[in-house]
Design a protein around this ligand. Structure first.
Ligand SMILES: Cc1cc2nc3c(=O)[nH]c(=O)nc-3n(C[C@H](O)[C@H](O)[C@H](O)COP(=O)(O)O)c2cc1C
Length: 496
């Protein structure tokens, strides 16, 4: 309640000086006038619903969080221009002298390999994994309603499948992390029956097994105790107020072969819904070991989501953020090539996350090998986040990343859902317009040759030239020298 004190003080002072002006001397109006105006402004802040920060911090929010305004650019910061002066390196997408008409309907990507019986049409931009726990119930619901309005998908994050994910009617990718929240047995392991029951819900369109995320690869996710409310504790079967640290490792598998077999089991339990995994790639050999297991078992995930080391987290500034794991460009190109090399790329869709915020980002990632993209922080911005970087304290001024019901109340679900819808729709529209200007009708037409980088040496090269691109099945037929050592060391029975 301390955050309402400044307004209370202003109201009291306004009343006091106004009384003095009418009883003692008209000179008091010099003080009473501005104070009364401020009091009116503060009350308006408190009652309006478009700007959650001002509801939570009337008057003061105007000074402390000027970044919050309707339509603030998701992704934050100033627009990244490809040719801003003085930069030594830059990238650009290649326009065509034969542009085409932009597609009328936004393109979708069919996710579902040969053993998937309920394929899903994924939008080009979706809500990346963010748990109820990291986000408030209202933020989760607003994202879900936005997804329902715009027909795109929301990833639940590893915190489980809460009622707030199910109330808005949006399509869900249900994420299972090492804590198995939402399908967690009494011993903390995986509960197959609970998983099957929930996976059967019509809102659940896909299942994603989280191996790692870019902000903290190699360590389990953390939910600070201050955000573990009674509801979160119930959802996750943990103690109220105690920090939840998910294990770094999955219990259900310890080798690449066991991993792909577990994915197959999840898909079966989920009634044939598309099932895949998310990771931030560490070493090429490790991912090749997973590909070798796919080949050996004849089992493929329906999708792989590649998260770049530039990814974010709801637990606040992570010590390892950006230091461990491949940045998205590297990870994406590695995963794409590995799947092409083992001849399985046509069965597995690739999602990309890590800094995706604009239409240009989407087109860039598609040209580098992705089929679709996910955004977390840009979606948070659309919901109302002002980048206060207080996610881990539970004191989010915008009501987005908090479990304090009073703070969360400031977030108006219907307004935020509309902002999410608008953001996703305009961003995809932008991507489609860029593709049209490049002469490309379908996302599949985006190739590495259409993305060009000027390197520090001054050389201008397309991605087709800068990176090595394998031919379908090339690793099986005879890998090029640069891949030989990693492919030889890739063991389906050991991560290495
Ligand atoms: C608030 C917040 C919570 C997150 N929670 C999860 C999670 O539960 N599971 C997961 O796989 N990734 C999680 N992430 C990572 C994002 O899904 C995404 O992979 C990463 O932030 C990169 O995308 P971005 O640059 O669009 O934020 C979270 C990120 C944020 C910002």
């Amino acid at each position: 309640m301390r955050r309402y004190l400044p307004l209370l003080l202003v109201c009291l002072l306004a009343a006091g000086t106004a009384a003095a002006a009418s009883v003692r001397s008209a000179w008091w109006w010099l003080a009473a006038g501005p104070l009364l105006a401020s009091a009116v402004l503060g009350c308006r802040d408190l009652l309006q619903r478009g700007r959650p920060v001002l509801r939570n911090h009337p008057l003061v929010g105007r000074l402390r969080y000027p970044a919050e305004r309707e339509g603030a650019r998701p992704g934050g910061g100033t627009a990244r221009e490809p040719f801003d002066g003085g930069r030594e390196t830059y990238e650009y997408l290649v326009p065509s002298l034969r542009p085409v008409e932009p597609a009328g309907e936004p393109p979708v990507v069919r996710v579902g390999g040969p053993t998937c019986s309920q394929p899903y049409d994924m939008a080009l931009l979706n809500v990346s994994a963010m748990s109820f726990g990291a986000l408030s119930s209202r933020a989760v619901l607003a994202l879900n309603r936005g997804a329902a309005l715009g027909r795109f998908a929301q990833d639940t994050g590893e915190g489980g499948l809460s009622e707030h994910h199910l109330r808005g009617g949006g399509d869900l990718v249900w994420e299972i992390g090492t804590g198995y929240f939402g399908c967690r047995g009494e011993d903390g392991g995986f509960d197959a029956r609970e998983f099957a029951d929930k996976a059967a819900l019509p809102e659940v369109k896909c299942v994603s097994l989280k191996l790692s995320q870019g902000a903290a690869p190699g360590s389990g996710a953390v939910l600070p105790g201050v955000k573990v409310s009674a509801e979160i504790a119930r959802e996750r079967k943990v103690a109220v107020g105690e920090t939840v640290v998910s294990p770094a490792l999955h219990r259900m598998f310890s080798t690449p072969r066991e991993l792909v077999l577990f994915v197959a089991r999840l898909r079966e339990l989920a009634g044939g819904k598309p099932t895949g995994f998310k990771l931030c790639v560490g070493s090429r050999q490790e991912f090749l070991a997973v590909c070798a297991a796919m080949v050996a078992e004849g089992v493929t995930p329906d999708f792989v989501v590649v998260d770049g080391s530039e990814g974010g987290t709801g637990a606040g500034p992570a010590a390892s953020a950006g230091r461990l794991g491949m940045p998205l460009t590297e990870g994406l190109i590695t995963v794409h090539n590995a799947l092409v090399g083992v001849g399985l790329r046509d069965r597995v869709r690739i999602g990309a996350s890590g800094g995706v915020a604009t239409g240009r980002d989407i087109v860039t990632r598609l040209a580098q090998g992705a089929d679709y993209t996910n955004a977390a922080r840009a979606m948070m911005r659309a919901v109302g986040c002002v980048g206060a970087l207080r996610c881990h304290t539970g004191a989010c001024p915008a009501g987005v990343a908090t479990q304090d019901p009073l703070r969360a109340r400031a977030l108006h679900v219907a307004d935020s859902a509309r902002r999410v819808l608008r953001y996703q729709r305009e961003t995809v529209r932008d991507a489609v317009a860029i593709m049209a200007a490049m002469g490309v009708r379908e996302p599949a037409g985006l190739t590495p040759g259409l993305l060009v980088r000027r390197t520090r040496s001054g050389a201008v090269r397309s991605y087709a030239e800068l990176y090595e691109w394998l031919a379908p099945g090339e690793l099986l037929a005879g890998p090029p020298q640069s891949w030989q050592a990693d492919w030889k060391a890739a063991d389906p029975d050991s991560f290495g």
